[in-house]
Design a protein around this ligand. Sequence first.
Ligand SMILES: CC(C)(COP(=O)(O)OP(=O)(O)OC[C@H]1O[C@@H](n2cnc3c(N)ncnc32)[C@H](O)[C@@H]1OP(=O)(O)O)[C@@H](O)C(=O)NCCC(=O)NCCS
Length: 190
Amino acid sequence: MMPAATVKAGSVPLYDPHLLHQLDWSQNSVTFSPAISPADPGDGLVLRPLCMGDINRGFLKVLGQLTETGVVNPEQFTKTFEHMKSSGDYYVTVVEDTNLGQIVATATLVIEHKFTHSCAKRGRIEDVVVSGECRGKQLGKLLTSTLTLLSKRLNCYKITLECLPKNVAFYKKFGYSVSEENYMYQRFFN
Ligand SMILES: CC(C)(COP(=O)(O)OP(=O)(O)OC[C@H]1O[C@@H](n2cnc3c(N)ncnc32)[C@H](O)[C@@H]1OP(=O)(O)O)[C@@H](O)C(=O)NCCC(=O)NCCS
């Protein structure tokens, strides 16, 4: 059995979970059939902020279905988690299958602070991924809707994301449109 202190640290959420249940779900631009919501994502499922202990619940394995995660040891995970938590601007959100004790989907909202637009905030959706065996069960829609509404509730003046052309139709469902601006990048490391 794990020591009490370890259990406690593992269940610390990255951000206030109440935020997810205070969203006005009626403002959704997508329909869910059967109906699901942040408070009720489906049988045996919970939508919640990332917790420190999710490193042991397959969180990185799910992220690895989107991109290369590399080797992440518990110290690195903890350091990054604590940095994100203390900044208050990272809303890494997960769906856990509570029967399996495994993370099955995740998406992140990051808040960027600007001096422009009267010191406004801009939201960015990142790292949306549903584990292979759970795709097509509305979890991608649930996470994207939730984080889009959350950005509005956090008073972001706009929200953006980057995606492959094959996923454009998915994000259009939530009111996103293709920008005329180009997405430019330089890669320094793999
Ligand atoms: C894209 C992804 C997140 C969608 O999640 P999901 O849980 O399988 O999708 P959902 O069940 O919530 O959504 C289903 C709806 O979206 C549509 N949809 C799903 N993937 C789509 C895609 N790539 N393009 C267009 N529509 C898509 C379905 O047709 C369905 O439409 P409907 O509600 O009108 O019937 C998931 O397929 C995934 O993890 N893909 C790999 C990682 C990835 O590419 N992530 C996006 C990074 S930008």
